[in-house]
Design a protein around this ligand. Structure first.
Ligand code: DGY
Length: 315
């Protein structure tokens, strides 16, 4: 029997074809995500949903789909899915961790270097014809990476991948997470110590009710004036209003963000006015190799879930 599957984002064609090998497929093939009504209307008779983090899968969508057995997401994060509600209905959830760990850590380390060494700012200056003097001792001075302290909040796979990179740069690494990890080559500290000692406060936590606006005004004020905030996890972990205030009043030296409270960030967002901030459009896992691996796993999770077999990665 062929299962019925709804794909709610523009999945690579070759992977749509793979789903067609075991299911009848309905597909959203535009780049902008579908609205909720479209999903509700098309999910009604489906056994499986293949979704991305741009599709909010809430109670109403789950309720509108009485046959639903599997939701497979092409992402490591699953805050866009009402997991508890789905699980109570016996729906299995697949996701794609591990394959994106190193790629995402590369990007986080990259934006951290970019902001501290003013790489993007320098590029803008060159392009805008603002580079007037060949060299002066005080032009575009930034901050060192090597020898500094990286404070990682959240110590999962990406946190560990960052520890390895930081050690290669001869950094001191401290971390805070709900539980102390015995096998991590970094010093466990409480959150206040991390905030007050780090030159780079790096966020790698999941978004859940306990991490929503974890970085708020009070915590930004605890950071060093020479420190940078780096976020490659989820935008809502940072209270952006407080971050704007921190940058305006120079409580911190700058920030590098790959994720935002609302994505895409609006073009008149107050964060855009600062030079000491690097902004990238949620591209942590965006390499050819990694996105194709994520697609492979998401499709395989879906197939195995529908066939009642253990998934590669199940929430
Ligand atoms: C995820 O997978 O959750 C990332 O944010 C995008 O790859």
């Amino acid at each position: 029997m062929k299962y019925k599957v709804l794909i709610t984002f523009n999945l690579f064609k070759e992977y749509v074809n793979k789903v067609k090998e075991f299911a009848e497929v309905e597909l959203w093939d535009k780049e902008t995500p579908p609205d909720k009504n479209w999903i509700i209307e098309h999910a009604r008779d489906k056994d499986g949903l293949l979704v991305s983090l741009t599709n909010k899968i809430d109670k109403e969508i789950i309720d509108s789909s009485p046959n639903l057995k599997v939701i497979s997401t092409l992402s490591v994060g699953y805050d866009h899915i009402d997991i508890n509600y789905a699980k109570n209905r016996g729906i299995r959830i697949g996701y794609t961790p591990e394959v994106l760990t190193e790629t995402t850590a590369d990007l986080i380390f990259g934006i951290m270097m970019a902001v501290a060494r003013r790489i993007v700012e320098g590029d803008r200056i060159v392009r805008n014809g603002e580079w007037k003097i060949p060299w002066t001792p005080d032009f575009l001075l930034g901050y060192d990476i090597h020898g500094k302290t990286m404070g990682i909040i959240g110590m999962g796979r990406i946190g560990r991948a960052l520890v390895r990179r930081a050690k290669g740069f001869n950094m001191r690494v401290i971390y805070y997470s709900r539980t102390r990890k015995e096998d991590v080559d970094a010093e466990y500290v409480d959150l206040d110590t991390l905030l007050s000692q780090s030159d780079f406060v790096v966020l790698t936590v999941d978004l859940n009710p306990s991490t929503y606006h974890l970085i708020n005004e009070e915590r930004l004020r605890k950071m060093k004036r020479t420190a940078f905030l780096i976020n490659g996890s989820r935008g809502k972990v940072v209270d952006e209003k407080a971050l704007v205030k921190a940058l305006e009043e120079k409580w911190i030296a700058g920030a590098a963000l790959d994720v935002f409270e609302e994505e895409p960030i609006s073009k008149d967002h107050p964060l855009l006015k600062f030079n000491n901030i690097v902004l990238t459009p949620h591209i942590g896992s965006a390499t050819y190799d990694t996105r194709y691996k994520m697609a492979e796993i998401a499709v395989e999770n879906l197939r195995r879930g529908l066939e009642g077999k253990p998934m590669i990665y199940e929430v």
